[in-house]
Design a protein around this ligand. Structure first.
Ligand SMILES: [Mg+2]
Length: 231
């Protein structure tokens, strides 16, 4: 008889490939904005990353509040263009909403939705994400009991807050939970540290580089039945 009652999942790079989604969201938002207000100096990638770092140094909440970080970046870039504070606020908000729409244009990995549909008949399912994708804006919200983001717990995995929140929301003990995600540290080590089981989603078939022994892994979502064996 399975001891496992709850399965929690990471989202980005576990249910879909996030890199192309963010690049597309970034580029289409820039284009949309420039059609509205004219040319904007976005700077190169290096200066963009440096700006993110500088902003987060001034306001550490930007490490876990990605929406605020994104707005602050738009604010910084649009400030020289906007004629007053009201226009700036409106541009920032519109840009962020446009970006967020595009950020939800994800392409699920093959087999994910069927796996969730089936697993939800035997386990409670939850989401623990460091990103700002919202499962209720996608067509998978119905399979989940809860979704926890870094904004919700003011912290990022692998710190314990996401995992603790899953225990609080579900009422289960850590040994009744499996967490599944692609990140060796944020997902696997984070879950193990609080006493959960962990399954590593290793689509890219990379090497395990942590000191603890490699957990069970899933290479694609057609092979999700391994979860039942582990549970
Ligand atoms: Mg991930």
């Amino acid at each position: 008889m399975s001891n496992i009652k709850l399965i929690t999942f990471d989202l980005d790079d576990t249910f879909w490939d996030i890199g192309p989604v963010i690049i597309n969201a970034e580029l289409t938002t820039r284009k949309w904005l420039e059609e509205k207000v004219g040319a904007i100096d976005w700077g190169d990638m290096e200066s963009f990353l440096a700006l993110r770092k500088d902003l987060a140094k001034e306001d550490p909440s930007l490490y876990w509040d990605l929406g605020k970080l994104r707005r602050e970046i738009f604010r910084f870039k649009l400030a020289p263009i906007a004629s007053d504070e009201a226009e700036l606020n409106e541009l920032v908000e519109d840009s962020f909403n446009y970006f967020l729409d595009k950020r939800h244009e994800v392409i699920f990995y093959d087999g994910v939705i069927d796996a969730l549909k089936d697993l939800s008949t035997r386990y409670e399912l939850g989401v623990l994400t460091n990103g700002n994708a919202d499962i209720y804006r996608l067509n998978i919200g119905e399979y989940f009991k809860f979704s926890v983001s870094s904004l919700d717990v003011q912290s990022n995995k692998p710190d314990k807050e996401h995992f603790q929140k899953a225990l609080d929301l579900s009422g289960f003990n850590s040994n009744e939970v499996i967490h599944i995600g692609d990140h060796q540290v944020n997902d696997v080590i984070g879950a193990l540290n609080i006493g959960m089981k962990a399954i590593w989603f290793n689509k890219e078939k990379v090497n395990w580089e942590q000191e603890v022994s490699k957990p069970a892994e899933i290479l694609d979502w057609y092979n999700y039945k391994i979860i039942d064996e582990i549970a």
